[in-house]
Write a protein that binds this ligand. Structure first.
Ligand SMILES: C[S@@+](CC[C@H](N)C(=O)[O-])C[C@H]1O[C@@H](n2cnc3c(N)ncnc32)[C@H](O)[C@@H]1O
Length: 233
């Protein structure tokens, strides 16, 4: 085989997660379909070559974190994931995406019989089972509060937190400035047509594109990968 095509093949292999990683991703609770997961992994594997941390907003139960962690491990960098672990609006009891297995029954309110969500234990089990604990730093807190403390450049920022305008805008303004030159900004749940889903992630995606600081690299369903090509927000 010619050296050039051998390189292309190994590049393609490097942008696919191993079968154990894919199995851990698929076994984890979460909402991301396989094709978006593969696109996220490919972006993370590429961004990790910058030698900088990869950061996720919106850990939930660790489904997407597994992919970032595997890419980070393979490149010798660290994945950082931020979540308050109390769930987004649509995951609260009575809402469409609520999972009754993810509540802290010890904290049930005697008057309302409602218990708060706690996805942290499930997330920890996901990472442990995947054998990826050593490659992840999990920050438990509100994204804007954590972002205010953050100073280091990042190879990749994956925005998959709260889906209101308030949360999505705070995630963009808090984390996008840390994406290094040549690094990637990945936004989940981008729906140009309001009939397909909420518009807040689409609005931050448009803002990034209109800033002139980012160029689109790939589109997989609702997952958009952008590269920083210039300064700004
Ligand atoms: C859609 S889920 C993330 C799914 C996950 N990335 C996956 O692929 O499985 C959104 C998560 O964002 C978290 N979240 C929402 N708003 C947040 C905020 N302001 N700060 C920190 N976490 C937040 C919620 O607790 C929830 O776990």
């Amino acid at each position: 085989m010619a050296p050039e095509s051998a390189t292309r093949l190994s590049d393609r292999a490097a942008s696919l997660p191993g079968p154990d990683v894919l199995a851990a991703f698929e076994a984890a609770k979460g909402f991301m379909p396989r094709d978006e997961g593969l696109a996220l992994y490919a972006a993370a594997a590429q961004a990790a070559r910058l030698g900088l941390p990869l950061l996720e907003v919106g850990t939930y139960c660790g489904r997407s974190t597994v992919l970032l962690a595997a890419a980070a491990r393979d490149a010798g960098v660290t994945a950082v994931t931020v979540d308050h672990h109390r769930g987004s609006e649509e995951q609260q009891p009575g809402w469409e995406y609520h999972d009754p297995e993810l509540v802290d029954a010890e904290l049930v309110d005697p008057e309302t019989a409602v218990a708060p969500m706690d996805t942290l234990p499930t997330f920890r089990r996901t990472l442990f089972k995947a054998g990826l604990e050593d490659h992840v730093v999990a920050l438990v807190g509100r994204s804007p509060q954590v972002a205010r403390l953050w100073q280091a450049p990042l190879g990749l920022v994956f925005v998959d937190g709260g889906h209101t305008d308030e949360h999505a805008t705070a995630d963009y303004e808090g984390w996008a400035p840390h994406v290094a030159d040549g690094g990637l900004l990945v936004v989940h749940d981008v729906f140009p047509d309001p009939a397909d889903g909420g518009q807040a992630p689409y609005r931050i995606y448009r803002r990034a594109m209109d800033s002139g600081a980012f160029a689109e690299v790939s589109v997989t369903r609702s997952l958009r990968v952008l590269r920083r090509t210039g300064a700004g927000l």
